[in-house]
Design a protein around this ligand. Structure first.
Ligand code: HEM
Length: 212
């Protein structure tokens, strides 16, 4: 069975009482985060255009937010609160409920290699959707770390004087800007794959995941 096709057994399973894989709080925080991230990315691109890090890269006006540098900074700092408050609640609940430990750990190199190989050869099992495979675990844990890094690097370029020790940890203001930009690129790459895979999941499986 290809990793993206569904067996009859899985489709039938959706007819039995649903096993909720994503609790309501995860879904609420996830979608709030998605909105905040899109606002941060689009306003970030406008900020970038005012002083590009790479001579070959400018973002088209149609995919930026804010209209000009000042407007983009206002959007960036407004959405920042949504992102940070939402992110802190997510981290607190993730640890307090044991969800991170249960869903994301352990991550072993052997497991990641085996599941990558299985995915590439179409042999990855999708029988138990309540368990992430090792590639998912690695990517989900990794993107949480990237999320923390983009917030910390953002804070260090926002307040480089007040938070000088944090800025120094990144290797100074200029290095923190590059870290901030690279984290954005990783988040965008993650989102492209994440959304593409979510769109490929058949409706019957989606109903199982959210318990409807
Ligand atoms: C607490 C969170 C954040 C803070 C405090 C923050 C702060 C900042 C600041 C101060 C700048 C301007 C840098 C400059 O003047 O050169 C900036 C730029 C930028 N931000 Fe954020 N940011 C945060 C989160 C994010 C997130 C989540 C994203 C995208 C996923 C993002 C994407 C960008 C981009 C693409 C730029 C332009 C890069 C550059 O030219 O330096 N930021 N951010």
């Amino acid at each position: 069975m290809s990793s993206l096709t569904v067996s009859q057994q899985q489709v039938d399973a959706s007819a039995t009482p649903a096993k909720v894989i994503q609790p309501a709080w995860v879904r609420a925080l996830h979608w709030t985060n998605a909105v905040a991230m899109v606002l941060m990315i689009m306003s970030g691109w406008q900020i970038y255009n005012a002083s590009p890090l790479f001579s070959f890269l400018r973002f088209p006006a149609s995919i930026t937010l804010g209209g000009w540098l000042g407007g983009a900074l206002l959007w960036h700092f407004a959405a920042m609160w949504l992102l940070m408050v939402n992110g802190l609640i997510y981290l607190a609940l993730g640890f307090a409920t044991g969800r991170f430990r249960k869903k994301l750990l352990p991550i072993t190199p052997a497991g990641v290699i085996a599941d990558t190989r299985a995915a590439l050869t179409g042999k990855l099992s999708h029988q138990d959707l309540s368990k992430y495979n090792y590639v998912q675990k690695l990517l989900y844990a990794g993107i949480i770390v990237v999320g923390i890094l983009i917030v910390l690097s953002g804070l260090s370029i926002w307040k480089p004087v007040q938070l000088q020790y944090l800025t120094a940890l990144f290797g100074g203001y200029d290095a923190a800007r590059y870290v901030h930009f690279i984290c954005m690129a990783l988040i965008v790459a993650f989102m492209v794959v994440h959304v593409a895979l979510a769109l490929l999941v058949p409706k019957s499986l989606r109903a199982m995941i959210i318990g409807r």
